[in-house]
Structures are given as C-alpha cells and as structure tokens.
Design a protein around this ligand. Structure first.
Ligand SMILES: [Zn+2]
Ligand SMILES: [Zn+2]
Length: 388
C-alpha cells in the first residue's frame, strides 16, 4: 500500500495531455541545432531495470540554459512511467529517462538568456515548456496549459522523440522553466521541492491556508511531509492524519500541532466539523467521507494523491455544511519560484535519503514498500563512475 500520492497520478486523467502521435515521431529536428551526448540512466522497456546509457541534448539555443545536474529526487511518477502503468492515458516511449525534481548548476546560457547566469544554483520541475500564449499560461498557470511539455516522456519539439528527465548529467531547458534556488538551501533536500513541494504548496496557498486556520494533512509520505512543513510555516494549526501510530513523533518533529491515528474512531470523532482545510495526499483506497465530515462549514478538502479506483463520495458529506471537494496538480512557474523563495526564508527542505544512481532500482522497490523517509534523492556525481 502506498500512503504517498504523486503529482502526475493526478495528471493521468487531466487536461494537460496531448496526443503523442502528432509530435512524438517527428523525424525532422530543427536543422540549426547542435547536439551533444550526456550520461544518463534509462529503462529500455516496462520490465527492464534502469541502466547506464548516453542520451542526446541540444546545445543551448538563444533562450536555453544548460544545467549540470547535481541532484534529482525520485518521485512515484517516475516508477509509474518507467513501468508503463499509465499506458491508457500516457503511454511510455522507450528508452525512458525519468526524473523531474532537478537541482543543478548553470554551465552555459544562450545569447538571449537574462534570468540566469553561469554558476547559478537552479532547478527544473515537472514542466520544461508550454505554449505561453493560452489564457492559462497568461495567468502563470503553465501547469494547466493544454500544450504543456512534461520534463520526461513528452514530445520533444527540438530533437523529436520524447523529452528525457533528470536521471542524467545535464539538461537543457528554456530559461522560463528554470527556477532559482536560494543559496542557503541544501541542494539535495531542495530537489523534491520541485514536485512534492509545489504539489502541496500550490493548494495550501490557493485556498488561503495561514494563521487562524485549522488544517489537516492526510498521509505522511513524500507529499504529506512537505504539506506538514508548509502548513506549519504558514502559521496554520496543523494536524497530521496517519494510519500508523509509530509516525506520531516524526509528525510532530515535522511541524504537526496534533497527530490523529485515522484508524482510531474516537480520535477522528473529536475533530468532526472543525477543519477549514484538508490536504489528502493518500493514493491508496480510503474512506473519503470520514474526512469530509471533519470539515467545518464551507471547508475544502483537496486531493493531491490519486487512488487507482474512483473514490466513493456520499452527497451528504458535501451537502452538510456546504463543503467543497477539489483537486490540484503541481503548480505554475511563478508560484514554484514563490515556494522556493519561501523555503529559503524559512529554511525548509525535504527530508531525503541520498543515494548513488547505482542504487536506483533498489530504491524503486523501497518506494513501493513506502520504506523511505521521505524522499530518495540521487547524487548525480555518482554518474561519473559509469562508462564513458
Ligand atoms: Zn513528481
Ligand atoms: Zn498555455
């Protein structure tokens, strides 16, 4: 059972998809492009392990930034894509290089780049492009753009084929989609902010979580542990819901004012009708009505995890108290920068277990057992040891 939800699980049924067929097999990369090779880890099929390889990257064009990748977090979406578990909505093109929690150093910039300089500590999240002209893009919601381009396994307009993600030595991205990382943050702990961080930050901000609000975080995995840190730092009275009593101390350490073991009916009853906001980061099947009933009048519960099967929602859970059930997926570029700046001011990073890339397949098995506190992060220096 997975207690932690993941960003793109929600995207699987969302509006940000476009048919791969019209883009993926473009045999005509732009003729002016120069290409270089970089080391990476890729999976050759849905059943293959990730292994060392080389992939092409474009030399930076006018608005591109070339980044030497220092760290890349492991998101559950990486596993889903590598194993083609979302084949019905987002089929995987092999080889796949996953990874969208990227922190690195700028090594080269195009002539028109103004936002970043060589040597800057920067980050790339789930998106590397969008049309930038649609109403969503104009409102800084690139995450809702119908032509958004995901960091891996999305049509690559420059090179043809699909985009390759962060399990690699370097990446080249348009400057608009490159974020600044505050210098005081540990770069390994900062990497998961780019997916787990923004996925929880965006709904907390959108629904005005802050002082005087009672906020619940459901599930204490990769997403949930970031939700607790943010809700606490934003000044809300923060309550963590977990299925395991042995997570109590950890939840408090992360910033929880109270911890509720959700299997304990008495503990749950004590909170009925009292929450302004609930963030549901659970991707396993669970009783959503038990949580909706904890909301006060006009309270909102937001899903950021995506259980495989539809959730059973009782109309009465919403009718009583005019409650709202909503969802949210990653965030726009401006709010991602806002989150990173907030993390810099408050010294917030993810709790990570740093691994060499040679342990990535083992880490995947541990992610499936929820055996990580709370995010794996790959130290990309370990890729140097792979064959040249
Ligand atoms: Zn992710
Ligand atoms: Zn757009």
């Amino acid at each position: 059972m997975h207690s932690a939800g993941t960003c793109l699980e929600a995207a699987a049924g969302g509006p940000t998809l476009r048919p791969l067929a019209t883009f993926a097999s473009d045999p005509f990369p732009q003729p002016s492009l120069t290409i270089f090779q970089t080391k990476a880890y890729a999976a050759a099929s849905a059943t293959a392990k990730l292994a060392s390889t080389r992939i092409p990257r474009r030399d930076p064009t006018a608005r591109d930034v070339q980044i030497e990748i220092l760290f890349c977090g492991i998101c559950h979406s990486d596993l889903h894509s590598v194993r083609n578990e979302w084949s019905s909505v987002m089929p995987t093109t092999y080889p796949i290089v996953p990874g969208h929690e990227i922190v690195g150093r700028v090594t080269k910039v195009g002539a028109a780049v103004s936002k970043h300089r060589v040597g800057d500590l920067v980050a790339v999240g789930c998106l590397v492009d969008a049309d930038r002209t649609c109403p969503q893009c104009k409102r800084d919601h690139e995450n809702f753009c119908a032509n958004g381009v995901f960091t891996f396994n999305a049509p690559d307009a420059h090179l043809g084929g699909v985009t390759y993600g962060g399990y690699s030595q370097s990446i080249v991205v348009d400057e608009h989609f490159v974020l600044r990382v505050p210098k005081n943050l540990d770069p390994a702990g900062a990497a998961p902010l780019l997916c787990a961080g923004i996925t929880t930050w965006s709904p907390l901000r959108h629904w005005g979580v802050g002082k005087g609000k009672k906020v619940g975080i459901i599930g204490l995995g990769g997403l949930g542990h970031m939700g607790v840190k943010f809700a606490h730092a934003l000044g809300a009275h923060t309550v963590v819901f977990t299925t395991s009593a042995n997570k109590r101390d950890d939840a408090r350490r992360l910033g929880a004012d109270e911890v509720v073991v959700s299997r304990n009916a008495d503990e749950m009853l004590r909170h009925v009708g009292s929450f302004d906001f609930l963030l549901d980061a659970v991707s396993a099947d669970h009783d959503i009505n038990a949580y909706l009933n904890l909301l006060t009048n006009d309270g909102t519960m937001v899903l950021v995890g995506a259980p495989e099967k539809p959730l059973n929602v009782s109309a009465f859970s919403l009718l009583m108290g005019r409650r709202t059930l909503a969802g949210s997926i990653i965030g726009g570029i401006a709010e991602t920068q806002e989150m990173l700046d907030f993390c810099g001011q408050h010294g917030i990073t993810a709790d990570v277990e740093v691994i060499p890339i040679q342990k990535v397949n083992e880490a995947y098995e541990r992610v499936l057992r929820s055996d990580v506190k709370y995010r794996f992060c790959i130290d990309m220096a370990s890729l140097q040891a792979e064959g040249s």
